[in-house]
Design a protein around this ligand. Structure first.
Ligand SMILES: *[C@@H]1O[C@H](CO)[C@@H](O)[C@H](O)[C@H]1NC(C)=O
Length: 167
């Protein structure tokens, strides 16, 4: 299922903000056209949880650190994804303030599951550029599509166990 999520991560709108002393580009929020099943118009379908959601309901993207919301923008349903954003390219000089917590808990809700970097004075974290992020996403989408096609082609004749009962 993980490759489906990765395939969903796509557009590139993010905001600079964060508590004092902590660095990072988050929160990282992106809107996608929601997955909608034709039998269930008006509901958002999550390819991660295989569940349907009403407008304004949200769900965890575990095992990825993030959450998604089903939003109606007046024209259509949108899946609003919040995650930790890209990882810094030069984290060596900085420490992760919540490392112990991240290691201790296997299931932390977003945004608690995001690493919080603390850097010495004068050290600024560097993040990939928008073009680099986009290229990386396209590469992962292509890999996810290949994996999905391969899985579909090689799967034994089995009834999907997690799919909702639709015709
Ligand atoms: C969803 O939230 C928006 C913004 O808070 C609100 O205007 C709208 O009425 C809500 N929709 C539903 C179905 O609760």
């Amino acid at each position: 299922m993980k490759f489906l999520l990765i395939a969903c991560l796509g557009s590139l709108v993010f905001a600079q903000q964060g508590p004092a002393g902590l660095q990072g580009p988050g929160p990282f929020v992106r809107d996608f056209r929601a997955n909608v099943l034709r039998e269930f118009p008006g509901l958002c379908f999550s390819a991660i949880t295989f569940r349907l959601y009403l407008e304004n309901q949200s769900w965890s993207l575990f095992p990825i650190c993030g959450k998604a919301e089903c939003i109606n923008n007046g024209h259509m349903n949108v899946e609003r994804v919040h995650d930790c954003g890209p990882q810094p390219r030069n984290p060596v000089l900085c420490t992760i303030a919540n490392l112990a917590e991240l290691r201790r808990n296997t299931i932390l809700e977003y945004p608690s599951c995001c690493p919080k970097y603390v850097c010495p004075d004068g050290v600024t974290l560097e993040y990939p550029t928008k073009d680099e992020i986009k290229a990386d996403i396209l590469k992962r989408q292509a890999a996810a599509l290949r994996a999905a096609k391969l899985a579909a082609a090689t799967r034994e004749a089995a009834v999907p166990q997690t799919a909702p009962a639709i015709i």
